[in-house]
Structure formats: C-alpha cells, structure tokens
Design a protein around this ligand. Structure first.
Ligand code: SF4
Length: 379
C-alpha cells in the first residue's frame, strides 16, 4: 500500500515556531494548485504497482483550499494513480478556517478525516506561538466539525512551550479529552533556527524549557491519555482503538509514498527525494514538464537506522527478524549487552522476535534508537 501527501504552501500568517515551507502571499494559489495537478500526472509511475490507500493534505494550511480545489486534486489522483478501495483522506485544518459553511462544503469532498491544529487551549500561549485563532475558536471549530458529520478527528497539541506550567498543561489535556476526539497528536516545541523563536533565542530573548520539565509534561500526557483509553501507538500519537492515522502509520511502516508540491518528500523504498522549497521555482519547472527534486539513494546504514528510529517509537516495535532478513543485522549479537540493560531496567521488552519499548522506554525512544544505530563502514 502507498500514500500521497499534498503540500499546500500557503498560510494566513507565520507561527513563531514553524519552519515548514509556506508563503503568506496567496496571489498564485490557483496557479500552484494547477502545477501540483500537473506534477501528479508527471509522477504517475512513481508508486509503481502499490495501490494508494491514503491521501493527506498537509502544509502550510490546506484548509485555505476551496472544496472545488480539493475535488480537482482528488480527481486527477483518481485518473492517474491506482487507488485501493476505501481511502483515508485527511485534511489538516486551522480552527479559524472551519466555519459551518466551509465544513458543509468539505463534507461534499472525499475528505473523511480532519486534523485540527488547535495546539493549545490557552489564549496567552496561542499568542506566544502567534497562532491565528483563540481558545474559543478552537473549541467551536471542533464541535462544528463534529456536527457537520466528521467522525474521525485528530487534534494537534504542543507542549514544552516556555511559560506553560505543568498545571496549565494538565488543563489543556482535560480540555482535549472533554472534546473526545478519535486521535490526539502532541509534540514538544522545538526551537528551529530559521524561525522567529530561533532568532529570539540567538538574541537571548527566548529560552526553551529544561529537559526535565518537558519530560514531566510528556509523562503527564501519556498518563492522562492512556487512562482515558487512548492507545499510544507512536511516541507522539494517541488514538482510540481502531482510529490510528493510516497515513502516518505508513511512514513508520516504511511503505512508499509520493509527495506532491513544493518541499514535499517522496520515498520509494530505496531512495528519498525532496522537491524544491520555493513556489516560484517549483511552478517554473513543472511548467516545462520537470519535477524539481533532489534525490538521495539510501545506503544500507541509512535504511537500518531509519527503521530503528521509526519502529522503536511505535507500539508495534522493532522486528528483529526483519533486520536479520533484510539487512543481515543481528542486533542481539551486536548490541546484546545494551539490550539486556534496557530490558533489566524495564525500558524495553523482547516479545518473540520483536523489541518494544515500555512506556518508560518511550520517553527515551530517540536516545535508545541512536544508541543502537549502526555506523557506516567507511566511518
Ligand atoms: S504552524 Fe501551520 S499554520 Fe503556522 S505557519 Fe506553520 S504551517 Fe502555517
């Protein structure tokens, strides 16, 4: 199975933490959508015989698209790609775009999953992040989406924001749980260099939170959400039984995917490619029939390390048999002492041929994966 990701590179305003590719100038929106449809045709052979199970409109702010723009993209996808029966079709949406009229139109499209970028229920923190909505708009948008007939809704939250106390985070989580969404994604704030926060941090005007504080907030997140019946199926992703994001799961399962639009990434099992991060250059190149991408062929080391990194973050865990069969790597032989240390400290368990991190281990997932990474033979 495969997925297609559409990067919609427009936003109303720039959030202070965001380093995704987007423009706040929307003059060329319709030309860009036309170029993306042309790219879908140019890339019709990329996924070979893998049927497409998921479509994901991300960005940027895909909720700035009109329903007819969404329909036209889905139509070209249907015309030029092999689809797998009932697809999961997700739209990332900002709360202030989810008016009743807009939602009614979205319901007429093939979108069957909404991912609402709420981020916080605290007005002062929303201002710190420079989000374009407030708490009331966030809550209203959620209920409006529900009343319009969306039965599969994710809400995004951010924690470890400077100024967010543990008790405020608890209130945020209580608000999120009161909404009763099918899925919650919660990410720690990272301060990226090429953002407003990054510039403030370099000028000494903004400081990230201490690691311990972020860890306490993450522990509370896991505790409250699992108590409420959500499965932590990936370190940052929680779902009610039966509602994982199929699209994101396919990234973690290393299934192939095609990324359409400026800055979008694609993966075919052996290489990764990323489109140019510039709307004008993207459109110019597509206009002459060339997809403007850079391609990186993944080495055995890259593929092993990517697999370790993604699989250890998931509840499914790392399949040691897959490592043996596909990569001729026996982790228990190369890192047996370290794995023994993880299991004795209750950070990991071995179930048959699978290594899974325990809830305490998942707090350290990225470090544990890095400790297991193999090095390039040339190094
Ligand atoms: S976080 Fe989302 S809405 Fe904010 S600037 Fe980034 S892509 Fe746009």
């Amino acid at each position: 199975m495969a997925g297609i990701y559409f990067h919609i590179p427009f936003c109303k305003q720039a959030c202070h933490y965001c380093d995704f590719h987007f423009s706040t100038n929307r003059e060329k929106q319709s030309e860009l959508i036309a170029a993306m449809k042309k790219e879908l045709i140019l890339q019709r052979d990329y996924l070979k015989d893998h049927p497409v199970l998921t479509l994901y409109f991300g960005g940027g702010t895909p909720s700035l698209l009109t329903a007819s723009e969404i329909d036209s993209i889905v139509q070209v996808t249907t015309d030029y790609h092999q689809l797998a029966g009932q697809m999961e079709v997700t739209l990332e949406a900002n709360p202030d775009d989810l008016t009743i009229e807009n939602l009614d139109q979205l319901r007429q499209t093939q979108i069957n999953r909404l991912s609402i970028g709420i981020q916080s229920f605290n007005d002062s923190l929303l201002k710190t992040l420079n989000r374009s909505h407030d708490r009331k708009t966030a809550i209203d948008s959620y209920y409006q989406a529900r009343n319009s007939g969306f039965h599969n809704i994710n809400i995004d939250l951010i924690y470890a924001i400077p100024g967010l106390t543990l008790s405020q985070w608890k209130k945020n989580l209580q608000h999120a749980l009161a909404l009763d969404p099918e899925h919650i994604s919660a990410y720690t704030l990272t301060i990226e260099p090429d953002t407003v926060f990054g510039r403030w941090a370099r000028a000494g005007r903004f400081h990230g939170v201490e690691e311990d504080e972020a860890a306490n907030q993450m522990e509370l997140l896991v505790e409250m959400l699992t108590f409420a019946g959500y499965e932590q199926y990936e370190v940052s992703n929680f779902c009610k039984p039966g509602f994982p994001s199929l699209h994101n799961s396919s990234y973690w399962n290393q299934d192939p995917y095609l990324g359409i639009g400026p800055s979008a990434h694609s993966y075919d099992g052996v290489s990764r490619q990323s489109n140019v991060r510039n709307n004008h250059r993207y459109m110019k190149s597509i206009d002459i029939g060339l997809v403007p991408f850079q391609r990186e062929v993944l080495s055995r080391t890259d593929r092993i390390n990517e697999y370790l990194f993604t699989s250890l973050r998931t509840a499914k865990g790392c399949d040691l048999e897959k490592l043996r069969n596909e990569f001729h790597l026996d982790i228990l032989a190369t890192h047996g002492t370290y794995v023994g240390h993880l299991t004795s400290r209750n950070l990991a368990v071995l179930e048959g041929t699978t290594m899974k991190l325990t809830p305490s281990g998942r707090l350290l997932a990225d470090k544990i994966a890095a400790d297991l990474f193999v090095l390039d033979q040339a190094q």
